[in-house]
Design a protein around this ligand. Structure first.
Ligand SMILES: Cc1ncc(COP(=O)(O)O)c(C=O)c1O
Length: 414
């Protein structure tokens, strides 16, 4: 249902109108005068710059605002999508800002799926969406992935052998860059096949891409689904893209944005207008002040630096993996993101011929002073698996070495 109050918000912009509509507090009663943020210059990181949110911008920062996010910020993200993904503004899409992409993902699943609808999700999958899909009680169809991302040939087989009379899936969820948990980045060839299947079988691709700007591979970067559906000229409208500032600016700001068909985003916004009214005006104002200062070029410069940072971290982590886990595990080197997904060589257990990392990682490794995530956490049906996910984002070189030494010691004791 639309919100009786928020539905009328746009009318407040009518020239000459006196509004007694919403229970907006009077900012004169607020004790906060301005916000100062000290930021790095993206072109010269040794240079620090003070940015100030004040006056009308400050009043806006302290007030309720638009459900889909501060219009100036949403417009900035739309410009970015035009620049990075080549999408024109006249193609029936727009942006909604959310409290992190997690907020928008949840609203998308709830808007798109009813109980018993079928939903395709890559498996292993980002563990944060499993409870969402589970709560909808829909029919989860797992699409296998490997170190090259989602297996488009498996997806084709699933769809070609779909039971007659059963409604086809409505949605496919995938993390195409530096996948959480596998670290995989899907190549264009697979993406093309997935998109062709989406068109043929009429499902939407939920492109959850918080690691897009953390691509440190040496090959040309693959094309986003959002860009690809425009580039191939066969019609847009099959992709909803989820971006996030969490991995590049601050995860604490809680700013993410969805880009996709207007009619779908309208439905997500209806949910927002009831669930949490809007993303925080205060963090949007701080974010906008920074983005306006750096501009699109500065943003791309900054994200390039972030990707190099993670590329260097991955190289350091891999050296420690070679040193401690050679012979005990196998893995592929990620081209993006912040995860290594490795397969431990474990003795078989009764329901798992390749072994199960769960107790070893969740209990024994923890007792030995190292914490990682057992692969089972990333399967909707919690199947046993020898895989483990390790985040390399925070560890120093010494800590990575020691963490993997402890892990290897635990594995050897199996
Ligand atoms: C694949 C994936 N999607 C979404 C999120 C949530 O991101 P946000 O902080 O933007 O809500 C994460 C966070 O780790 C993630 O890995």
């Amino acid at each position: 249902m639309p919100s009786a109050i928020r539905g009328l918000f746009p009318l407040e912009l009518t020239p000459g109108l006196l509004s007694m509509l919403a229970g907006k507090p009077n900012p004169e009663a607020f004790p906060i005068n301005s916000i100062s943020v000290n930021v790095q210059d993206p072109w010269d990181t040794s240079k620090n710059v003070d940015l100030k949110v004040e006056g009308n911008d400050m009043a806006e920062a302290l007030q309720y605002g638009a459900t889909a996010g501060m219009p100036r910020l949403a417009a900035w993200f739309e410009e970015l999508q035009q620049e990075v993904h080549g999408r024109g503004k006249d193609e029936g899409w727009r942006v909604s800002v959310g409290s992190g992409s997690q907020d928008l993902l949840y609203k998308a699943f709830l808007a798109l799926l009813n109980p018993e609808d079928s939903c395709l999700i890559e498996a292993p999958v980002y563990a944060g969406v499993i409870p969402m899909i589970d709560s909808i009680k829909c029919n989860i169809v797992e699409v296998p992935t490997d170190y090259e991302g989602i297996s488009s040939s498996s997806l084709r087989e699933i769809l070609e052998s779909w039971p007659a009379g059963k409604p086809y899936p409505k949605v496919l969820y995938t993390v195409p860059y530096g996948c959480n948990p596998t670290g995989a980045t899907a190549p264009d060839s697979r993406r093309r096949e997935v998109l062709a299947l989406a068109r043929k079988y009429h499902f939407l691709i939920m492109e959850d891409d918080p690691y897009f700007y953390l691509y440190f591979g040496t090959a040309t970067r693959p094309t986003s689904y959002f860009a690809m559906e425009k580039q191939d000229g066969q019609g847009t409208g099959h992709v909803i893209r989820f971006d996030s500032l969490s991995k590049i600016l601050s995860s604490g700001l809680r700013i993410g944005w969805a880009s996709g068909p207007k009619v779908l985003l309208d439905a997500f916004d209806l949910h927002t207008s009831t669930a949490n009214l809007q993303p925080s005006s205060t963090t949007q104002a701080i974010t906008y002040a920074y983005l306006k200062y750096i501009g699109l070029d500065g943003f791309l410069k900054h994200t390039e630096r972030v990707s190099q940072f993670y590329g260097a971290k991955a190289a350091v982590f891999e050296r420690a993996m070679q040193k401690h886990l050679s012979g005990l595990a196998t893995w592929a080197y990620p081209n993006a993101g912040m995860f290594f997904w490795f397969k431990l060589k474990l003795p078989p257990v009764h329901n798992a011929p390749e072994g199960d990392s769960n107790v070893l990682i969740a209990e024994k490794a923890f007792r030995n002073g190292v914490l990682a995530l057992p692969g089972t956490s990333f399967f909707p049906k919690a199947q046993p698996t020898p895989y483990v996910r390790a985040a390399f984002s925070l560890l120093s070189e010494d800590d990575a070495d020691e963490a993997l030494r402890r892990l290897a010691e635990t594995v050897r004791q199996e």
